[in-house]
Write a protein that binds this ligand. Structure first.
Ligand SMILES: [Fe+2]
Ligand SMILES: [Fe+2]
Length: 247
């Protein structure tokens, strides 16, 4: 248990109005349809999948945060366009594999295609993941085309579009000017509801990791504390704080 960190997160939610409004928004729009921890956990990436540095800038924690954002954006997209408008499993598996074959944290234009090949020819072919029922070609497509600018992709599928926004949100870990992703690049209007959220998911998951928790679990705990995945306690914080502000 991380009572100390939970206490700090409660304080942050109570005092940062932008964060609170963002969390309130997503919880209201996705009421009863918030992401579930057990589903996300079944897409946990393994250290052995990574060509290098599973603890690095593009390592497991990054993949986990992109998984959280992709799940949320996918569900928001479904509330607008219908359940069949997006394949959430494709987003989830792309999140957990898209950067596993990076050979550098700097420009590495081939890493998407390498991730796609590794996913199809190794993880699936050798049974390291059981993706029966998941459209693996669509996962490979997102992996391949998440790297170059949008106009290079043969087709900006809904999954590719949302995935690139989810990946972009975690740019906040690299760009410490407090801005993170430049929202003028956002492909999905709802992505702009995660600016403060992305900054705090990064900071809080790091704080939990520094206390010795596994990277993936730290991100999920942070997401739970912020109420980004189903969590009654976090929901009560957001509602309580909102009441305070509007009175
Ligand atoms: Fe990437
Ligand atoms: Fe990424």
């Amino acid at each position: 248990m991380h009572i100390g960190i939970q206490g700090k997160v409660s304080f942050i939610i109570d005092t940062d109005e932008r964060l609170r409004e963002e969390l309130k928004y997503v919880n209201q729009v996705l009421a009863g349809y918030m992401p579930q921890l057990d589903v996300l956990s079944s897409f946990r990436p393994e250290e052995s999948w990574f060509l290098r540095k599973p603890e690095g800038t593009h390592g497991i924690a990054h993949e986990a945060r992109v998984l959280v954002f992709a799940e949320l954006l996918g569900r928001l997209y479904q509330t607008e366009k219908g359940l069949g408008s997006i394949d959430l499993d494709v987003l989830r598996r792309a999140a957990s594999t898209h950067d596993i074959r990076r050979s550098s944290d700097l420009v590495d234009i081939g890493h998407g295609e390498r991730a796609a090949s590794f996913y199809l020819d190794n993880l699936i072919a050798n049974g390291y993941v059981n993706d029966n029922g998941i459209d693996s070609e669509k996962v490979a497509y997102v992996n391949s085309w998440h790297v170059p600018d949008d106009h290079h992709a043969p087709h900006m599928t809904s999954e590719l579009m949302l995935f690139k926004d989810a990946d972009g949100l975690d740019r906040v870990r690299i760009e410490h000017n407090g801005q993170g992703m430049d929202m003028s690049y956002a492909r999905f209007e709802q992505t702009s509801h995660f600016v403060a959220t992305a900054a705090y998911l990064f900071k809080i998951s790091n704080a939990i990791m520094f206390s010795g928790v596994d990277q993936f679990d730290a991100v999920m705990q942070a997401a739970g504390m912020l109420g980004l995945i189903e969590n009654d306690y976090a929901k009560s914080l957001i509602n309580y704080s909102t009441t305070n502000v509007t009175e």
